[in-house]
Design a protein around this ligand. Structure first.
Ligand code: AMP
Length: 609
């Protein structure tokens, strides 16, 4: 088999690699109208774009089936991250291996003197990250004066990461006659400007939608109570049992916390974030490649460009900052024609935001509840049945042992033991607080009423003098005491018994706290909020000096589920008596200097099984 249009040495490399056809982006860049021209390519990650630019630059490089000897580089590929640069280097390594390519990889965090030596020995291709390449250029180790082709890979990412100056300095050091190939998942204005400045008569190629970058990812939006986020992650991991899964958090602290928690529960997990050295990152990736680890918890930046062929599940543990980040993260799966699933965990208060983000990106997601522990157990059973009922050839030694077991115990006993030992190997699923209905399926107002609201009949004592607070979530956001209570305990550093009535309105919720501890509660709430006065799932807690404006729900006998001590309404935390020098209140003026970002995931309390 050969690939038409391609230089035989590259065609052979693709065949040897087991490729049967070019991907759409590879086809486009090798067509005759693209030959020798600058290219502005928007292709999704996972579309085979690395091989695409590898093929596209062949005309500038291959002479008589080989790359010529070169004292200075002929091709330069600039990529946003170390991992991506190393990945590109690996791909070009096999693609141009038979053509005798010498490739230098220049990335931050690696030994710069080694790289300088490699550059000095004469290489035809250089792959690197912008900062490190610029360093080499300024020190005279990188000579770009005879460069024939420059490739900018994931150009949008590079601009986002603030590499514009570095890119311009590097490109300004190359000859005007060079060919410039610009690859970018998206084409925002700054990219178009960059292209205008550095490209001539570029051919626009867009394979978005046409290739498989997008189509092979099934999106799911899983709604959860904020306190259930970690439980939902665990159940999703256990339900899917993906060969490799990647979990995204917003900060390195949250990566560390979630990683520690997963390891403690028995998942084979590694972490990738800015706090890890290059060496640690390499080890983590290697563990994923050779399957010692199956779960990778990462920040967006640390995971950019990573290509793990077995990765079939991406979980957005924390909501991505925008639609582009959503696509970049999700694009770690569904690569090279394989199917993948991207799950966004959506705390109830964030539902509208995620819905808007998905609509903006024209992504159709299936909205669903988080899998319950029962769902996971049912799936486990199916998998075990399938595994054990698959016909197998047994070793004589195993048959002998089976006969000895049969002589001692019934078949049922033995099978049950087998099931138990199988189950013991897997981290147990979590019972979630709330797997309640969503959206349109929600019961009519009132249906949930007393069942869900927390009256104070059993806890009136101690609440005679209390202070009211407001949560910015109500029935419309599935507000429910079952998850509100743990959330309040976590945010305000109080115990359940220190929270009085919880009154859920359509859009907000009121609750009261004994006056004696209200200051302490208010301060803890400020400390555990982010800059916006919310926690990471979008819940804010503010003083409500006027107390609830809607009446308590009434049960069938007409009695209210709770009693509000009227005398205490109308005072904020510390009471109005606290006056202008009263304690800082959440969201109140001057409170921001005490805000600290709050980790998304202190553990949801384990519930008895
Ligand atoms: P990329 O978009 O460059 O990150 O590539 C995604 C994955 O697709 C990599 O693992 C490539 O090795 C693989 N790949 C690229 N081109 C092909 C092809 N024509 N057939 C099969 N796999 C491919």
């Amino acid at each position: 088999m050969t690939f038409e249009n391609l230089s035989p040495v590259l065609s052979d490399a693709l065949v040897a690699r087991g490729y049967e056809a070019l991907t759409p982006v590879q086809t486009h860049v090798t067509e005759s109208e693209a030959k020798g021209r600058d290219l502005l390519v928007s292709a999704q990650t996972g579309s085979g774009k690395t091989v695409a630019f590898g093929l596209a630059m062949a005309d500038e490089l291959v002479e008589d089936g080989r790359l010529p000897f070169a004292t200075s580089p002929l091709a330069l590929i600039i990529a946003p991250t170390r991992e991506l640069a190393m990945q590109v280097s690996r791909e070009l390594g096999w693609l141009y291996g038979k053509a005798g390519a010498r490739i230098a990889t220049c990335v931050g965090g690696m030994d710069a003197s080694k790289e300088r030596r490699a550059l000095g020995q004469g290489v035809q291709i250089v792959v690197g990250t912008p900062g490190r390449l610029r360093d080499h250029l300024e020190r005279g180790a990188l000579d770009l004066t005879v460069l024939r082709v420059a490739v900018l890979d994931e150009a949008d990412e590079m601009l986002d990461m603030g590499f514009r100056d570095d890119l311009e300095e590097i490109l300004d050091a190359t000859p005007e006659t060079r060919r410039t190939l610009l690859f970018s998942a998206t084409l925002p204005k700054p990219i178009v400007q960059l292209a205008k400045r550095y490209q001539r008569d570029a051919l626009r190629i867009s394979t978005v939608g046409e290739d498989r970058g997008h189509g092979d990812i099934a999106y799911q939006a899983v709604t959860v109570a904020p306190a259930d986020i970690e439980g939902a992650v665990i159940n999703l991991l256990r339900l899917h049992e993906a060969e490799t899964a990647m979990l995204f958090c917003a900060t390195r602290d949250n990566v560390r916390r979630l990683h520690a928690s997963l390891v403690e529960r028995g998942f084979a997990a590694v972490a990738l974030s800015g706090e890890h050295s290059q060496n640690e990152r390499n080890h983590a990736l290697q563990a994923l490649r050779d399957r010692r680890a199956r779960v990778c918890v990462a920040t967006d930046v640390a995971a950019r460009g990573i290509d793990l062929p077995t990765l079939s599940l991406v979980i957005h543990v924390e909501i991505p900052r925008d639609a582009e980040a959503l696509q970049h993260r999700s694009g770690r799966t569904g690569r090279a024609g394989k199917k993948g699933t991207a799950v966004i965990i959506v705390p109830y208060p964030r539902r509208r935001r995620v819905d808007g983000m998905l609509r903006g990106a024209r992504i159709e997601a299936e909205w669903m509840d988080a899998p319950t522990a029962a769902d996971v157990r049912a799936r486990d059973q199916e998998r075990l049945m399938e595994k054990l009922l698959t016909p197998q050839e047994h070793e004589p030694e195993d048959i002998e042992l089976a006969q000895r077991l049969m002589a001692e115990r019934s078949a049922e006993d033995i099978a049950a033991s087998l099931v138990r030992s199988h189950r013991a190997l897997m981290p147990p699923p979590e019972d979630l607080i709330d797997n309640g209905p969503r959206g349109r399926d929600r019961p009519e107002r009132g249906e949930r009423s007393e069942r869900l609201e927390r009256g104070s009949s059993d806890r009136r004592e101690g609440f005679e003098d209390s202070v009211w607070f407001r949560l910015n979530i109500g029935r419309h956001q599935n507000a429910d005491p079952r998850w509100i209570l743990p959330l309040l305990c976590r945010r305000g550093h109080v115990s359940k018994n220190e929270i009085g009535a919880i009154r859920i309105g359509p859009k907000d919720t009121m609750f009261n706290i004994p006056r004696a501890i209200a200051d302490r509660f208010a301060e803890a709430v400020v400390r555990t909020a982010n800059q916006d006065g919310e926690d990471d799932s979008g819940v804010s807690i503010t003083p409500a000096p006027d107390g609830p404006t809607y009446p308590p729900r009434r049960d069938k006998s007409g009695r209210s589920g709770e009693r509000v001590p009227r005398a205490t309404l109308g005072r904020g935390p510390g009471g109005d008596r606290a006056g202008p020098r009263g304690p800082r209140t959440p969201g109140g003026p001057g409170g921001n200097d005490r805000y600290k970002p709050k980790p998304y995931g202190q553990r949801s309390p384990r519930r008895p099984k």
